[in-house]
Every structure is written in structure tokens, then in C-alpha cells.
Design a binder for this molecule. Structure first.
Ligand code: AMP
Length: 223
């Protein structure tokens, strides 16, 4: 099972991905998190990706494909995995299918109004150490500026500022939105309303995943 979390930046892919990871025990692979780590550690790859990330542009396909390749063939991904922030364009989606053909796919698109996205992105804070996600409007840490999980400092992502948010949304409309059509044609696309409470959204996602997992078991048994 390959769960692809689609949707604009700030739509809740990271938060929902963590919940799916816990419930189904599929590891979550976030290309954004992987890239931020490379930047933080000042690796060659991080240096190559930094400028695009800070401007809200997409990093070169070859870079993210290499990262994904390295992750999805690890033993912990054997039963399934969750992709958060990948693919970001049709080219990446095609490359993924070339790399790993035989995987059942489910695409969950968390849909939100542009107004809510901008509000959420501006209020988002992340843990500088473990990457846990907080939101000053809805999901505050117990102690201001401090991660509940590991006690490290909370920071604002460099790309969660108004000019970069605008560019990221533009890039989403220009490049990523085409994946809605791409995956709809493959009949693996499901849209979820992302405006409600976190628990309501995750319940809706679970019911899709449970149904699709059950369906695939029946199909496998019939083979
Ligand atoms: P995210 O955390 O998913 O919002 O990603 C943050 C930034 O990392 C994006 O704005 C891009 O610059 C870069 N990035 C993450 N995933 C990808 C991807 N699949 N393809 C290209 N760039 C990516």
C-alpha cells in the first residue's frame, strides 16, 4: 500500500500523515522534512536545495527522486508507506511508478480554501529538533515556544512567511494540481474536506483507507 497525501501546503498533510503512521504503522516519508534536514546539516544536497526551498520553488526532480528511492526500499516500507509532499508534479508521479511498479496506490487530497491555508501557514511552528508540528491558532504547545515531545525550541519555517507562502501556492496550482486529474484517471483519487477538526478529518481518511485495504485483501484472496 502506498498512501499519497496530496493537497496544498498548509492543508494538514504532515499532521494527518503522522496519525496514519501511528494507526496503520506505515512509515511516513516527507520529502520536505528530508530536505530540511539536509539543509540543517549543510550537506551538499542541502546546499543544492536551499535556494529553491527558501523561494518556495520546487527542488529538482532528480534530487527528490534519489531521496525517495533510498527510503521506499527499506525493510520498514515493505507493508506500506505514506508519502507526504511527493510527488509534486506529473513527472515525479511517473518516475515513482517506474521505480516501483507493483504497489496499490491510494491518493488522499486534503482540500482547503486559500484563505484558511494562508492563515494556517502563517501560524505554523515546528520543533527545531524532532519536527513536530504546532499551530498557534489551534494546536498550541503546553509551554510557549517549547516542543511538548522533546522540549526543544519551536521555530517558524523560513518558507512560512507571506511572500514565500504566495509563491508556494502558485507553484501548487501550476504544477501539483495536475496530479488531481492524473490520479482521478487512475481511479485512486479521494478528496477530503480539510476545513474541519483534525479528528473528523482523520476519521474520514481512515474510513477510506480501511475500505480500500479490505478491497485489496479480497482481490488478493481471489487471485
Ligand atoms: P513541504 O515541507 O512539503 O512543504 O516542502 C517544503 C519545500 O521543500 C517545498 O516548497 C520545495 O521547495 C521542497 N520540496 C518538498 N518536496 C518536494 C518535491 N517532491 N519536489 C520538489 N521539491 C520539494
Amino acid at each position: 500500500m502506498r498512501v499519497i497525501l496530496l493537497g496544498p501546503p498548509g492543508g494538514g498533510k504532515g499532521t494527518q500523515g503522522e496519525l496514519i503512521e501511528k494507526k496503520y504503522r506505515f512509515p511516513k516519508i516527507s520529502t520536505g522534512d528530508l530536505l530540511r534536514r539536509e539543509v540543517q546539516e549543510k550537506t551538499t544536497l542541502g546546499e543544492m536545495a536551499k535556494a529553491e526551498m527558501n523561494q518556495g520553488e520546487l527542488v529538482k526532480d532528480d534530487i527528490v527522486i534519489e531521496m525517495i528511492k533510498h527510503k521506499i526500499f527499506q525493510p520498514d516500507c515493505k507493508r506500506g508507506y505514506i508519502l507526504d509532499g511527493f510527488p509534486r508534479n506529473v513527472g515525479q508521479a511517473r518516475r515513482l511508478e517506474e521505480i516501483e511498479e507493483k504497489r496499490q496506490e491510494i491518493v488522499i487530497d486534503i482540500h482547503l480554501s486559500e484563505q484558511t491555508l494562508i492563515k494556517r501557514l502563517s501560524a505554523r511552528r515546528i520543533c527545531s529538533s524532532c519536527g513536530a508540528i504546532y499551530n498557534l491558532l489551534a494546536c498550541n504547545p503546553r509551554k510557549e515556544g517549547t516542543c511538548d515531545i522533546c522540549g526543544s525550541e519551536l521555530i517558524q519555517r523560513e518558507d512560512d512567511v507571506p511572500e514565500v507562502i504566495k509563491e508556494r501556492l502558485k507553484v501548487y496550482h501550476e504544477q501539483t494540481e495536475a496530479l488531481i486529474d492524473y490520479y482521478s484517471r487512475k481511479k485512486v483519487y479521494f478528496r477530503i474536506d480539510g476545513e474541519g477538526k483534525i479528528e473528523t478529518i482523520s476519521k474520514n481518511i481512515y474510513s477510506i483507507l480501511d475500505r480500500e485495504i479490505a478491497k485489496s485483501r479480497v482481490m488478493e484472496a481471489a487471485r
